[in-house]
Design a protein around this ligand. Structure first.
Ligand code: SF4
Length: 200
């Protein structure tokens, strides 16, 4: 069994923070060991929680389209989240996403460190503020880091990080124009990531 499969099996029983109690299952990262690029999101959403795979809901489909446009194959990246259980609150019959707090992000950093050690990516794309907090700490602000390749280190890993928005932020845009602008920004940041990972 390879290291990532062993880690995923171990994480399936994780109780390092309280989030395991209300979620369906641990949603561990997926992709190639040795992938040059790791995509780091926030946490699984409703669909990911039910299906057990990262980025398979509406935000994941938008991310797939943006990766394709930025000329990055999802088959060549490793995709994961800073927090691996779905945190939610009830609204009517719907489960609404709740932002993980600093304690939960730190607790789940144990698994992120392990994934970084096993995949050893050259570059991590930080998809939104929670991913940024997991990498750079709680003072992180997306606007201060966005769209540039920066040196980063976490646990025993060292490499580059490129910050962008979370694909769900594109979906939340109030109108078609703002959604188009947000999507174009996401694609442009992903192009920066592809070029930096390739060393160009
Ligand atoms: S969110 Fe992370 S640290 Fe918390 S229980 Fe789930 S896997 Fe463990």
């Amino acid at each position: 069994m390879d290291t990532l499969t062993e880690l995923a099996d171990e994480a399936a029983g994780c109780t390092r923070c309280d989030l395991y109690a209300r979620a369906t299952q641990t949603v561990f990262g997926e992709g190639q060991p040795g992938a040059a690029i790791m995509l780091l999101g926030e946490q699984p959403g409703d669909q990911e929680d039910k299906q057990g795979h990262p980025f398979v809901g509406p935000a994941g489909r938008l991310l797939d389209r943006a990766l394709d446009e930025a000329d990055i194959s999802r088959a060549d990246v490793y995709v994961t989240n800073a927090v691996k259980h779905f945190k939610w609150t009830e609204r009517g019959k719907r489960r609404i996403h709740q932002r993980p707090n600093t304690t939960e992000i730190r607790a789940c950093g144990f698994w992120l460190d392990a994934e970084l050690g096993a995949v050893r990516p050259r570059l991590v794309v930080l998809l939104g503020a929670v991913a940024g907090e997991a990498m750079f700490g709680s003072r992180f602000r997306v606007g201060e880091h966005r769209g540039k390749a920066e040196e980063a280190a976490l646990g025993g890993w060292q490499g580059l990080a490129v910050t962008t928005i979370h694909p769900s932020a594109v979906l939340r845009g109030p109108d078609a124009d703002s959604r188009d602008r947000a999507y174009a920004g996401l694609v442009s940041d992903l192009v920066v990531a592809r070029q930096a990972a390739a060393g160009s």
